[in-house]
Design a protein around this ligand. Structure first.
Ligand code: KIV
Ligand code: NA
Length: 268
């Protein structure tokens, strides 16, 4: 655990070399990405990516803990941050602490993430004062989808900036070690990044941020539909289709399994 990146180390990287973050939910993908990233987020996007849910709302604490444990087993370098799911922290600072403590104790991850700015500031302070490192998340907050109506970029009119700026400022003051800015216009992301003392981790929030995060399956080309802000750095979907086609053909024409995949009798 000692050579792992820590939340205070990420905090100190404000304004420095960009912080590289990816999501991961599984041990095998974690083993592959761990050496290349600073931080791995076990995002509640797993509800949509792994389970085909339409939103992140049905995701449970048990699901987050299960995948958090899988990711901790696969990593030794990156800071692992586990999302608190909808309904597990909004009620009170006490509820948030109880569930954050379960996540830390049962996964041994290094930090939790929760959505919300001004409305969560008191909770962020309560958690950080009690030993729970918190990554905040403002701008587009997918757990608020029912209230927002749709997943769309925020702060694209200057008149919408003030509450988002306030959210970012207040989570920093409350003790968050970093804040995710999701789907906000570039000038707003630049203004926030320049004015708060903690690193901003952007997703659809321009290169002005102190770091970037993407959903692994989206950037690998495994997801069918991706938002505008995703760049596909790979085409794993096509590679899987090709491999599975090859397997299906080989089974059907009996070229697989071949002699080298087949057990004979022990030589006496
Ligand atoms: O759940 C998630 O994957 C996230 C990131 C995309 C920021 O919250
Ligand atoms: Na999330």
């Amino acid at each position: 655990q000692s050579q792992r990146v820590t939340a205070p180390q990420i905090r100190l990287r404000k304004g420095g070399e960009p912080i590289v973050v990816l999501t991961s939910y599984h041990t095998h993908t974690t083993r592959i990405i761990d050496p290349f990233v600073d931080c791995i987020l076990v995002g509640d996007s797993l509800g949509m990516v792994m389970h085909g849910m339409e939103t992140t709302l049905p995701v449970t604490l048990e699901m987050m803990i299960l995948q958090g444990r899988a990711v901790m087993r696969g990593s030794s370098h990156a800071l692992v941050v586990v999302d608190m799911p909808f309904g597990s922290y909004e009620e009170s600072p006490q509820q948030a602490f109880r569930n954050a403590a379960r996540i830390l104790k049962e996964t041994r991850c290094g930090a939790i993430k929760l959505e919300g700015g001004e409305r969560m500031a008191e909770t962020i302070r309560f958690l950080t004062e009690r030993g729970v490192p918190v990554m905040a998340h403002v701008g587009l907050t997918p757990q608020s989808i029912m209230a927002l109506g749709s997943f769309k970029a925020q702060g694209r009119e200057e008149t919408d900036w003030a509450p988002i700026e306030r959210d970012a400022k207040l989570v920093a003051e409350a003790g968050a070690f970093a804040v995710v800015l999701e789907a906000i216009a570039e000038p707003l992301a630049a203004k926030i990044s320049a004015s708060i003392p903690i690193p901003t981790i952007g997703i659809g929030a321009s290169p002005a941020c102190d770091g970037q995060v993407l959903v692994l399956e989206d950037m690998l080309g495994l997801s069918d539909r991706v938002p505008k802000f995703v760049k596909r750095f790979g085409s794993l979907g096509d590679q899987i289709r090709e491999a599975v086609q090859g397997y299906a053909d080989a089974v059907r024409d009996r070229s697989f399994p071949a002699a080298e995949h087949t057990y004979g009798m022990k030589k006496k």
